[in-house]
Ligand binder design. Structure first.
Ligand SMILES: [Zn+2]
Length: 400
């Protein structure tokens, strides 16, 4: 089956082509030459690579919700092995769910973040009684990484968070133990992503050798954000944004704009809608985190540090799928151009995670595609005007 999308504006993962013909040839993007079986008129529309959310936690139902909103790949950043195995199976066998990569369990100190929120009740709600493994001393690092390799992980995640950004006191990995874990991860060929929420923790993680940070630092003012960005630029590392998450856990109501946008609300599940009333507790985050993280996003971009769009979505909010469209809006509100935001959810993320088969629109790549009405390269919210979603060349079927 060859489908031609004719005369469409293309954001190819890096830049915009005002008008092009793109062919979906089976499960991949083909070349325009030759006969086709179907034609879609692309006038007034924009074709994008399927979106990649660089920070999620995928539980039952989440990957379907993601695909509904054009998120074709989720990068899970902490999960429990039985849940993860089921989600990976769905991602491999079904074409109505987003694809998935994962770290499986995060490496943290005994009683360290996020064990304080992963309570028995929460785990029960998630359908498992498996608790997180923790790492108490350097002698345990190699076994921890080997256990994750046995679970088939794509990268390693570690936590460096003493809770101080919100006055909590949590045990955290020491800088030395973090370095040993990073070394064990690298020795196994894994990228290492660190959960950190303050500028100080970010620099500890980078000194330990981490390849990326799972959140923007969110505890320092505009001037300090600039200084921190300059220091981070001296490392070869990336940062995942998650301003959406910072909004949710600090009680900022701005994320509710999704519920007021008919393009989003019409397709959002009742389960996702119900998460917006949730109250959060015991999560380390500075009370001015949203404003601080926005300054950090702007400063890091100016300093040339790659920032990837991620939401930290969970079954309890922020929401899968739609949340990434909100994150893109927040990045433009932080001063980015729409194209910079789009690259942060497509081409840049694919490049930095070694996902060489996706994230861009070019012949031979996997046909993970999003067709929208309008022009998100000038109005970022046009990503919400979804016409079609293809996952590996399979067109998502809409009930309506
Ligand atoms: Zn997370």
């Amino acid at each position: 089956m060859r489908t031609l999308i004719r005369g469409v504006r293309v954001f190819d993962g890096e830049r915009t082509v005002p008008e092009a013909d793109v062919v979906i040839d089976g499960d991949h993007i083909g070349t325009a030459a030759g006969a086709v079986d179907a034609v879609i008129d692309g006038a007034g529309k924009t074709l994008l690579p399927g979106l990649i959310d660089a920070h999620t936690h995928a539980f039952e139902g989440d990957l379907a919700e993601a695909l509904t909103f054009g998120v074709t790949t989720e990068l899970d950043m902490n999960n429990l092995p039985p849940v993860l195995a089921a989600q990976r199976r769905q991602a491999a066998e079904r074409d109505d769910v987003a694809d998935l990569r994962s770290s499986s369990m995060i490496a943290t100190a005994p009683n360290g973040h996020p064990t304080q929120i992963m309570t028995a009740d929460l785990l029960k709600a998630l359908g498992t009684d498996r608790t997180l493994d923790t790492v108490a001393d350097p002698g345990e690092a190699k076994a921890f990484v080997e256990a994750r390799l046995a679970e088939g992980v794509d990268y390693l995640k570690i936590a460096i968070d003493d809770g101080g950004s919100s006055g909590l006191r949590l045990p955290a990995l020491s800088p030395e133990l973090a370095a040993v874990l990073v070394e064990a991860g690298h020795a196994a060929g894994l990228r290492v992503i660190a959960h950190t929420v303050t500028a100080r923790e970010a620099l500890i993680a980078l000194d330990a050798g981490a390849d990326g940070l799972a959140h923007l630092y969110s505890d320092v003012n505009e001037e300090q954000a600039e200084e921190t960005a300059a220091r981070i630029a001296s490392y070869d590392a990336f940062v995942i944004s998650t301003i959406t998450y910072i909004e949710a856990v600090t009680g900022d109501p701005n994320g509710r704009e999704l519920l007021r946008d008919p393009r989003i609300a019409a397709r959002m599940s009742d389960r996702s809608k119900a998460t917006f009333g949730r109250e959060w507790a015991d999560i380390p985050m500075h009370s001015q985190g949203v404003m601080n993280a926005s300054h950090a996003a702007a400063a890091l971009r100016r300093a040339g540090v790659p920032v990837l769009a991620g939401t930290d979505c969970t079954p309890f909010g922020p929401v899968h799928g739609a949340g990434l469209h909100h994150e893109l809006l927040l990045l433009t509100e932080a001063g980015w151009t729409p194209e910079q935001a789009l690259a942060a959810a497509t081409g840049t993320t694919a490049r930095l995670f070694g996902l060489t088969d996706r994230g861009r629109i070019a012949p031979g790549l996997r046909a993970d595609l999003l067709l929208v009405n309008g022009d998100p390269t000038t109005d970022i919210t046009a990503t919400r005007a979804i016409e079609e979603v293809w996952r590996g060349g399979v067109r998502r079927r809409w009930a309506d």
